[in-house]
Ligand binder design. Structure first.
Ligand SMILES: C[S@@+](CC[C@H](N)C(=O)[O-])C[C@H]1O[C@@H](n2cnc3c(N)ncnc32)[C@H](O)[C@@H]1O
Length: 448
């Protein structure tokens, strides 16, 4: 590591420590990143992602080394992420190839990490008195790392890097799959694109990517998976609206809802518009995109414009889906996409802060909201019409149990056989695309 980059690491460590502290106090990583100096943002994001994916281990190591939790949360976070970085550094020293296929892992020399962590503490008045403590903790970890890791990893939270209640729930719900689900949650997701079939084809995009030196492959449909993730701005034809970034499991939504030209369609929780755009790519629809968050709806308009899908046939409206008086004109819909708000437990690979932000009680509260939204939307669907219920969760309260309750209350609802129901997150291999965890139920309203 050259000396020119050393000061930057201290700044990055500090920015990332603020992120970890923010997340542990209930702020989303996206919001924390938005407040970060632009020149530090990309590096701090990489560090924060790594730390949040290993936060259970970091917390346990800190507890063993500093039993009384530091009152200053930024100091606590700085200690924790420095410990993780030292651990990576020692493993790389022992085996040069240990992280060769994990470009997302921040790798520095042990010396640089200790030096820059102390430098980071020195740079902040509140942390300055603790720089010797930080130095001593890191040096002790370097000496006693093997024993400390062994002890820490006895705790499930440290082993799986998820809160205990989360691990317990997955064990109970998925007795055969819970370990794989937790492992997948800590492996970065592939970068998956959805081709805008109104402007491009999969074959054409693959050729363009090949030409640009970005090898990619297609598992079918409109999906293209890049062999190596990279910033969206570097990928050709984004501004031309040839493609959108969308996870492969998320892409199932646009395919499952049976839409044909001329249908009147409601996308009830539409922002930022990924699935809205997919539906409009597939058929000429009269579509209402609704969302509770007016600011997020701006992204729907931007996305549709970039993809060439906007026009008078699309209406965008801010309202609560369950508050029909606020938005419904009384004309029933042919098809409804209900991609309802959820705990997002199925997309923790892409958002490693989620598992630390959620409380167990959120599941019931969210399921209750979903129940209200679903019941209200059902009344706006015409007989024979379709409703696709979607969540990016893997907790049954938001999926299977929600569906069972709905069917028990709505005698005019039929679950169609093409519904995949619970889709679990999976790794990218040639057989599996590496999609997120989703729940899908396609319902049809029968005429009684
Ligand atoms: C899973 S996201 C939707 C993602 C979107 N369908 C896509 O594919 O890009 C859920 C959305 O529901 C919105 N939301 C939350 N509560 C809502 C409510 N009561 N009514 C309508 N939208 C709501 C959130 O603002 C959020 O944008």
């Amino acid at each position: 590591m050259s000396t020119a980059t050393q000061p930057a690491l201290a700044h990055v460590l500090l920015a990332s420590a603020h992120h970890i502290h923010g997340v542990l106090n209930g702020a989303s990583l996206t919001d924390c990143l938005a407040q970060t100096t632009p020149s530090l943002r990309a590096a701090a994001q990489a560090h924060s992602f790594y730390s949040l994916r290993h936060l259970g281990l970091a917390q346990e190591l800190r507890r063993l080394l500093v039993p009384r939790q530091p009152k200053d949360g930024v100091l606590d976070a700085l200690i924790m992420q420095s410990l993780l970085l030292v651990d990576v550094a020692v493993r790389v020293q022992a085996d040069r190839d240990a992280f060769a296929d994990r470009p997302e892992t921040p790798v520095y020399s042990v010396h640089t990490i200790v030096d820059q962590a102390v430098e980071a503490a020195q740079s902040q008045r509140a942390l300055r008195p603790f720089k010797n403590l930080l130095n001593a903790v890191l040096r002790r970890f370097i000496r006693e790392r093997t024993e400390l890791l062994e002890q820490a990893l006895k705790k499930p939270v440290a082993q799986w890097n998820h809160p205990s209640w989360w691990i317990q729930r997955l064990k109970k719900t998925y007795p055969n799959d819970w370990q794989r689900i937790l492992q997948v949650a800590n492996i970065p997701a592939p970068l998956t694109l959805r081709v805008n079939q109104r402007r491009c084809s999969v074959t054409r995009l693959l050729a363009l990517l090949e030409q640009a030196g970005m090898p990619a492959w297609s598992p079918g449909h409109d999906t293209v998976v890049l062999e190596q993730a990279r910033p969206v701005q570097q990928i050709p034809a984004f501004d031309l609206g040839w493609w959108s970034v969308q996870d492969s499991s998320a892409q199932m939504a646009g395919r499952l809802l049976p839409v044909v030209d001329g249908m009147r369609v409601l996308d009830a929780c539409a922002a930022p518009g990924g699935k809205t755009a997919h539906l409009l790519e597939r058929a000429d629809l009269e579509l209402l995109a609704l969302d509770a968050d007016a600011k997020r709806l701006d992204r729907v308009a931007e996305n549709l414009q970039r993809l060439g899908l906007d026009g008078p046939h699309v209406q965008i409206k801010a309202a609560l889906a369950q508050d029909l008086d606020a938005w419904w004109d009384g004309k029933p819909f042919d098809a409804i996409l209900a991609d309802v708000p959820c705990t997002a437990a199925g997309i923790v690979r892409r958002h490693p802060d989620i598992r630390w932000l959620r409380r167990e009680s959120d599941i019931q509260a969210t399921a209750q909201l979903q129940r209200h939204i679903l019941a209200a939307l059902w009344s706006t669907l015409k007989p024979t019409g379709y409703l696709l219920y979607v969540t990016c969760s893997i907790f049954p309260e938001e999926g299977q149990k929600q569906l069972e309750h709905f069917l028990s209350q709505h005698a005019d609802a039929v679950l169609l056989p093409e519904s995949p129901l619970q889709v679990l997150p999976n790794l990218e291999t040639r057989e599996q695309v590496g999609g997120d965890g989703f729940f899908y139920a396609l319902l049809q309203k029968c005429t009684q």
